[in-house]
Design a protein around this ligand. Structure first.
Ligand SMILES: [Mg+2]
Length: 124
């Protein structure tokens, strides 16, 4: 098991070894996270539920590897943004999940698909 600080350190080392920090603006890192998310979505494009079932049962190792790679690409962008802004991504995640836990009250949403707008109307 690797903790998030170690993952962030691996991302930082990868960037610094290549002297890429000068190219990693926040804008580009944010755009990269979106692009990598789209690459993840592309894997699922034009497939029916059998595709998903094969992934869940690990009968499709090739596409499972592709998904692991894209999820890792997304995580890399997130870790790089946190590193760039020098914040603790663990604390940010716990804070966000706490907000979501309050917003999506279990008694209100359990078993239901229900979008509840953020109290401050931010797009999140
Ligand atoms: Mg990718």
């Amino acid at each position: 098991m690797t903790d998030i600080k170690e993952l962030q350190s691996i991302a930082r080392e990868f960037i610094d070894k290549r002297d890429w920090r000068k190219f990693h603006t926040l804008k580009d890192l944010a755009m990269n996270s979106s692009i990598e998310s789209n690459e993840l979505m592309e894997i699922f494009l034009w497939h029916d539920e059998n595709f998903e079932n094969d992934l869940i049962s690990h009968n499709d190792e090739k596409n499972l590897r592709k998904i692991k790679n894209e999820v890792s690409d997304i995580l890399f962008s997130c870790l790089a943004i946190a590193d760039h802004l020098n914040f603790d991504i663990s604390e940010a995640y716990i804070h966000k999940m706490s907000e979501l836990d309050k917003r999506y009250d279990v008694n209100t949403v359990r078993g239901k698909l229900k979008k509840i707008p953020s109290p401050d109307h931010e797009k999140d």
